[in-house]
Ligand binder design. Structure first.
Ligand code: SF4
Length: 375
């Protein structure tokens, strides 16, 4: 039984050959940004336009391929090249990203396009990594996909495959140097584009998180996790710690004409530049109605009456969970001021879809529509 990084690294030539042979037959060969404009697979060493690949790789950082595909298609139809993206209004970019989450990725993608205006595409790893939003794995993936350069990758799929192949006894996050070293050692120097794509395809279609299809795997022979009989045990995880929950009181304020109050977040931070319904964190021991009144007073300088609950929902980020408790509100006094936002607006409910909102707010909008239709 092979186990450990050294034993696997020692079998690199055979592993490369087996993976590439499998990929030629079973790989995902219709991913649009991996193909030439005429729909054909590029020859080894042939360069592709980096722009569609750059867009796709940033979208794929936190999101699965099947979800990314329609977003990528809409994006390419709207911003067909780097310069169009660089010159587009930021709101248009966020609107097109709406639903993909982690909006900082969209802003960084546009920032990268703006920095590159008038310059050629970067040709080495350091120059790609110097662009906003690109870590080593994304930069390596773009370099190998676009230019067929030998840059290793280590996204979540690849970490899972390598952790199983070696039966690594520690979580990959604690062994990053060894995982990077193994990814670089295994990489086929003559066909880096094909090898990296094959490795990603193996992780996405065969060595899947919960039920790896080991009988179909070209690396079954040397795989230590397969030999151990329970491959889904890897990658080893740190003991799960429960995420802290923060309750957010949100006010959906409707004026006498039926318009609703929204504000645009400041540019910095997690959801910068997006629109939302006003609200904020509940203080310890504070009733939620008081939270909403206090937040709207502090952030918008208005007094409201807090009415019926509209919806309650939870949203998990990587480091915390938020529970949104949303109430309908009626304005009592004050002219809304953007004290903690870029701007505030009264809009008709039918106009809400032309503003980019975070994912959790989309459910609030749906609940508001349903409530208004029900009268
Ligand atoms: S044999 Fe199974 S666990 Fe090992 S790399 Fe292949 S699919 Fe993953």
């Amino acid at each position: 039984m092979a186990s450990g990084f050294e034993e696997i690294a020692g079998q690199a030539p055979a592993l490369r050959a087996a993976l590439l042979a499998w990929w030629d037959q079973h790989g995902r060969h219709s991913i649009p940004w991996t193909l030439r404009p005429d729909g054909m697979r590029p020859a080894d060493g042939e360069a592709l336009d980096p722009y569609p690949i750059h867009v796709a790789e940033v979208m794929l950082q936190q999101t699965q391929l099947r979800v990314v595909l329609p977003y990528w298609q809409r994006w390419m139809a709207t911003f067909p090249d780097r310069d169009v993206l660089a010159r587009a209004p930021g709101q248009d970019v966020l609107l097109l990203w709406q639903g993909l989450g982690y909006y900082a990725r969209a802003r960084r993608l546009q920032e990268a396009a703006r920095r590159l205006l008038g310059h050629p595409w970067p040709q080495d790893l350091a120059a790609w990594q110097a662009l906003p939003g690109l870590g080593r794995s994304t930069a390596g993936s773009i370099l190998s996909s676009a230019f067929d350069r030998p840059a290793p990758i280590l996204d979540g799929n690849v970490q899972r495959v390598l952790a199983r192949l070696t039966a690594c006894p520690q979580p990959p996050a604690r062994q990053q140097a060894r995982f990077w070293g193994l990814s670089a050692t295994l990489l086929e120097p003559a066909r880096p584009r094909a090898f990296n794509q094959a490795l990603m395809d193996l992780g996405a279609t065969v060595c899947t998180p919960r039920s790896p299809a080991c009988p179909s795997c070209p690396w079954r022979g040397p795989c230590a996790a397969y030999a151990a009989g329970d491959p889904a045990r890897w990658p080893v995880k740190d003991s799960p710690r429960s995420l802290p929950v923060q309750v957010i009181g949100v006010g959906v304020v409707l004026d006498g004409d039926g318009r609703v109050l929204i504000d645009q977040r400041l540019e910095e931070g997690l959801l910068g530049g997006l629109w939302e319904f006003p609200g904020g964190k509940q203080e310890p021991g504070e009733p939620i109605e008081a939270t909403i009144q206090r937040e709207l007073r502090e952030e918008l300088a208005i007094e409201v009456e807090v009415n019926a609950p509209l919806i309650e929902l939870e949203h998990a980020y990587s480091h915390k969970r938020l529970r949104f408790v949303v109430h309908l509100c009626t304005p009592i006094s004050g002219d809304p001021q953007p004290l903690a936002s870029q701007q505030v607006r009264w809009v008709w409910p039918s106009e809400l879809e032309s503003y980019p909102f975070p994912a959790a707010n989309a459910r609030i909008i749906a609940a508001l529509r349903a409530r208004l239709e029900a009268g």
